[in-house]
Design a protein around this ligand. Structure first.
Ligand code: FAD
Length: 340
């Protein structure tokens, strides 16, 4: 059981900044995210896009904003459970909550902050008979650790940036890389398309366009796939892994069944005070919540995180009086443990 003061569901920009605000109040945080890396939409959907409305940054790439947030919270040593989806919540007799993930990891905290954004991103799965039986037995929808594929035969499917980027990266790791795409044109960056073409010419990538994987074969583990061309031609390829990268679709997911008041796929909160939900001790901040006048912007999530942490502090320390201090005022414990 992982125990913490504030359990944050969602490691997007809102969840990450919550660690900082909580840290100033000496509250420990642990984050759960369904994705294998922190950063939410910024990291997953648009890491290379500039953002112009973060106060103090005339322009910052979304990926750099995530790196900066991680650097800012590093001194508070948050815990992470990544690539696991928060599935169930149970209230305990002492008033705390136990949140269990789809992989069975259990977390306990007196306060839960849902910073789930648009929901947990679910991979779009191709419609191939029996694919579910091969999940984690040769079929992977994310590349969590490239080393996993060292000296293995892999088949990637897809035509976007993820499929192209991983084809390029894994060409130097795997023993054989095949990229299968339904069309002749790719949706990804031109630079990546050219790189894949060059790797194909050098024999480092086997590129099959106007084709798709239609059947999977294997006993306990995936052993081969059948690839069908648009003109009907078929071939069977031996492989260790099949990695379909067809993008992600956001869903509020299991949080929708936690007894929270939901309006238009978002969690209703009290915005007059502290962004608490209808269940005391459970807060919802960032894109996942709704209230009159709500704006789905990163800076709104940051503001909500700050107010939510003050309320969480009072909940966890009912007998302590809270006094607001600025981070730069003498007497406050520095983030690296020194007194500034
Ligand atoms: P998210 O970033 O959505 O992160 C939520 C995280 O929670 C996700 O990682 C998800 O996997 C996780 N999660 C959800 N449910 C679960 C669960 N059950 N278990 C585990 N994990 C879960 N905003 C701006 O302010 N300025 C901009 O310029 C801007 N440009 C944008 C451009 C694009 C293309 C897009 C798509 C959005 C843009 N936005 C912009 C909006 C901004 O990205 C969001 O407001 C912001 O990401 C919200 O942050 P968040 O942390 O609340 O949620």
């Amino acid at each position: 059981m992982i125990k913490t003061d504030i359990l944050i569901i969602g490691a997007g920009p809102t969840g990450l900044f919550t660690v900082f605000e909580a840290g100033l109040l000496k509250l420990k945080c642990h984050l759960i995210d369904a994705l294998p890396q922190p950063g939410g939409q910024c990291a997953e959907l648009y890491p290379k896009k500039p953002i112009y409305d973060i106060p103090g940054f005339p322009e910052v790439l979304a990926g750099d904003l995530v790196s900066n947030l991680l650097e800012q919270i590093r001194p508070f040593k948050p815990g992470f459970t990544l690539a696991e989806r928060a599935e169930t919540i149970e209230k305990q007799l002492d008033g705390s909550f136990v949140v269990t993930t789809n992989k069975g990891t259990r977390h306990q905290a007196p306060v839960v902050a849902i910073a789930g954004g648009l929901g947990s991103f679910e991979p779009r799965k191709p419609t191939i008979d029996g694919i579910v039986e091969f999940e984690e037995k040769g079929v992977d929808y994310f590349v969590k650790n490239p080393e996993h594929y060292r000296d293995k035969k892999i088949i990637i499917a897809g035509g976007g940036d993820s499929a192209l980027d991983w084809t390029i990266f894994l060409a130097d790791v795997a023993s054989q890389v095949t990229l299968v795409h339904r069309r002749n044109e790719f949706r990804g960056a031109l630079d990546s398309v050219e790189k894949v073409a060059e790797l194909t010419q050098r024999g480092k990538v086997n590129l099959l366009t106007e084709a798709e994987v239609t059947d999977l074969f294997g006993e306990q583990q995936l052993q081969a796939v059948r690839i069908t061309k648009n003109n009907g031609d078929q071939q069977t390829l031996e492989t260790d892994y099949f990695i379909p990268l067809f993008g992600l679709s956001p869903k509020l997911g299991p949080i929708g069944d936690w007894g929270l008041e939901i309006e238009k796929n978002a969690i209703k909160v009290d915005n007059t005070l502290d962004y608490q939900t209808n269940i005391p001790g459970i807060y919802a901040i960032g894109d996942v919540n709704t209230y009159p006048g709500k704006l789905k912007l990163i800076l709104c999530g940051f503001h909500e995180a700050a107010l939510m942490c003050q309320s969480a502090y009072q909940r966890i320390n009912p007998d302590k009086k809270f006094v607001l201090k600025y981070t730069t005022v003498g007497g406050i414990q520095g983030f690296d443990g020194t007194t500034k």
